[in-house]
Design a protein around this ligand. Structure first.
Ligand code: DGY
Length: 327
């Protein structure tokens, strides 16, 4: 909708340079009040008269918001868009865009960071050393797990999963992957990766790293049955979406030592973390920062702003996830 001749865009949260300048060139940008709750009714009210919303993963963009008259585009500053009801967006002819590609390396790096940190007890060791626990070398102090030569199971072999497999090559790991879509043979050879069933991956992996989007099919993909079938030394890494892992079941499995540990960047009820995970020394917890490098977050901001600017100008945004919504 035009206000004083310019289209209006609602910016839900600040983004990094050069995002704001790209947006400001295309539209009048209204900022969502930072102290206002992030619920659908409030977002709908704030989006009144806006042609677009630049959202982030904590914003519930569903029917109430998507039915706002004049809304044409929601540009999510993330590759995942499970916070947006895609079917409702398409029904209301609201284009949805995301930021694929630019965060693959940062996220794969961080999955590997969590893997190494959990395997070699880095956070526990740091706390121990800082709290003056180190009184001398001991042969059995802080024994961890070997990463080099271990078996890594990758659930979801999209761009980020492939990035993790690529890094695993340097650690001479055997890589099993589970994905409905097989890799081309050439890529399997290049990554030294073997496609497997989920059951086999679970049974044979020393490390399991999750890289699937959150959908109806992947909700609680890992729950009690899967934890029961894991190797006792297995370590679970999740940098995808919290609800892919049944968090209560994970807590029970960790307590029962069905697996050895977990490195988690995402949670089922973010920003809440299951309280029983907090005191567990064999769990490394991060606040959803896998893509948080200066370069990556600024590229995500620029990409989301360009998607929105293109939509405002009546074009087809480069990272449109529901092409059927284009008028
Ligand atoms: C995403 O992009 O979906 C991540 O979770 C945040 O970078």
């Amino acid at each position: 909708m035009i206000a004083g001749g310019r289209s209006r865009v609602l910016l839900m949260h600040p983004i990094l340079d050069p995002g704001p300048a790209i947006l400001a060139e295309a539209a009048e940008v209204i900022s969502y009040p930072p102290d206002r709750p992030l619920d659908e009714a409030n977002i709908r009210q704030a989006a009144e008269g806006c042609i677009g919303i630049v959202s982030q993963l904590m914003d519930p963009i569903r029917e109430t918001v998507l039915s706002s008259p004049g809304l044409r585009c929601v540009s999510n500053v993330a590759v995942g868009f499970d916070n947006i009801d895609l079917a409702a967006a398409t029904a209301h002819k609201v284009m949805v865009t995301n930021t694929p590609g630019v965060l693959d390396d940062a996220t794969a790096d961080f999955a590997f960071t969590l893997l190494m940190a959990t395997a070699r007890r880095v956070v526990e060791a740091d706390n121990f050393t800082r709290s003056a626990g180190f009184h001398g070398w001991a042969i059995d102090m802080m024994l961890g797990q070997d990463v080099y030569g271990a078996t890594l199971g990758i659930i979801g072999i999209g761009r980020i999963g492939r990035g993790v497999a690529h890094r695993a090559k340097g650690f001479n790991m055997r890589v099993l992957y589970y994905d409905p879509q097989p890799l081309p043979q050439e890529a399997e050879q290049q990554l030294n990766a073997t496609r497997s069933s989920l059951d086999r991956l679970i049974a044979e992996s020393d490390f399991i790293s999750v890289h699937v989007p959150l959908t109806k099919e992947t909700l609680h993909l890992l729950s009690t049955a899967q934890f029961n079938a894991m190797k006792r030394n297995a370590i679970l890494i999740n940098t995808s979406r919290g609800p892919v892992v049944d968090e209560a079941a994970l807590v029970e499995a960790l307590k029962a030592r069905k697996l050895a540990g977990a490195g988690l960047d995402v949670y089922e009820r973010e920003p809440a973390v299951h309280p029983q995970l907090i005191p567990m020394p064999n769990v490394v917890l991060a606040p959803h920062i896998a893509s948080a490098t200066v370069r990556t977050r600024s590229e995500m901001s620029a990409m989301a702003a360009r998607n929105m600017a293109t939509a405002v100008r009546g074009g087809r945004p480069p990272n449109l996830v529901n092409p059927e919504a284009k008028r």
